[in-house]
Design a protein around this ligand. Sequence first.
Ligand code: 13P
Length: 255
Amino acid sequence: MNTAKRKTVIAGNWKMNKTPSQTAEFIKQLVPAAADAACEVVVAVPFVCLPAAVQAVKGSAIKVAAQNVHFEDQGAYTGEVSADMLLDLGVEYVIIGHSERRQYFAETDQTVNKKVLKALQKGLRPIICVGESLEQREAGVTEEFVAMQTKEALLGVPAADIDKVIIAYEPIWAIGTGRTATADQADEVNGLIRRTVAGLYGEAAAEAMTVQYGGSMNAKNAAELLGKDNVDGGLIGGASLKADDFRVIIEAARQ
Ligand code: 13P
């Protein structure tokens, strides 16, 4: 982390876990840790848990994220949720393009881009996920692939909005596998993402951007990952579901 230049953001991606009542209970346990945190603390909860989460974080330092948003304003899109609906609840962030959404729900670079543009237009802060598969890493195309995903996600994003964007590098092979990228691997790809942003928006915008790492980050490895200059936070799945572990990760962001 380079805390002099940019904000560290520790975000828990709960995925399809916890009910609304568990949400309220769990967030209560996080409030004290977030109160004196050196970073921004975000919880990305299932849609039906958002009202409970927004209520539970009131008066605290914790921010709430959704895990997806539709790119149209409204209309005949059964099962979808719009940016206006999220904003009306008090949601501030939204994860866009998580690899599970790309893999299981047919999201593409194009739909990810449309969602990013809609989120920004409406005033939601997108956390854009990029990252290569194991096959791509072994084929040596990680750099090209992640740079391309980053560029496609940001197509048409006005320079005035780039400071609202967070990018999370999540190598698919490290998600939920217990196989974390080494701190050097995370630093390297996060650095590449930053250089890609610099190519599009200039050095200052890139230096100010929060670029997270995600993929089996946990209470044990967080400090080392977050110690890297280009790792400005984490997008945490499994370990964000346990209050004790998530608190340790928040504390690791203090360095
Ligand atoms: P895990 O921390 O469970 O590997 O999940 C990472 C992730 O996908 C966060 O978005």
